[in-house]
Design a protein around this ligand. Structure first.
Ligand code: DGP
Length: 114
């Protein structure tokens, strides 16, 4: 945990959030600036700065994030599909330096990057 990290502080309960899901490895909460009817941030409970910091010592957290994404998507009624986005580093547009996945859906999504 990193005392200066917004998402670590949300996980510790120091900053309020609209919690959607939690288990031993993962916390998920609604994005403060939603880009779609469903916009959930899926966050590992370990402070991993970005996707560039994932290795064999912490990749279980990535697997657990994706297990959570499937569960949350079912719970949010996203049977018709959704998008998972990870911004990494400055060029990738990451603004919070704690690994997270944006789970976006509830509408037909356009503007595909890839
Ligand atoms: P990114 O740009 O990929 O690093 O995404 C960071 C996201 O985090 C952005 O969509 C806004 C969201 N965010 C930033 N601060 C807070 C906060 O305090 N609470 C919540 N719920 N979301 C936040």
């Amino acid at each position: 945990m990193n005392d200066n990290c917004i998402f670590c502080r949300i996980i510790k309960g120091e900053i309020p959030s609209a919690k959607v899901y939690e288990d031993e490895y993962v916390r998920a909460f609604r994005d403060i600036n939603p880009q779609a009817p469903v916009h959930v941030l899926v966050v590992p409970k370990k402070h991993i700065a970005s996707a560039a910091e994932v290795d064999e010592s912490n990749s279980v957290y990535v697997a657990k994030c994706f297990e959570a994404i499937a569960k949350i998507a079912r719970g949010e009624g996203l049977e018709n599909g959704f998008r998972v986005v990870n911004n990494c580093g400055e060029d990738g547009g990451q603004t919070v330096m704690h690994l997270h996945y944006h789970l976006i859906g509830g509408v037909k999504l356009s503007e595909k990057v890839v």
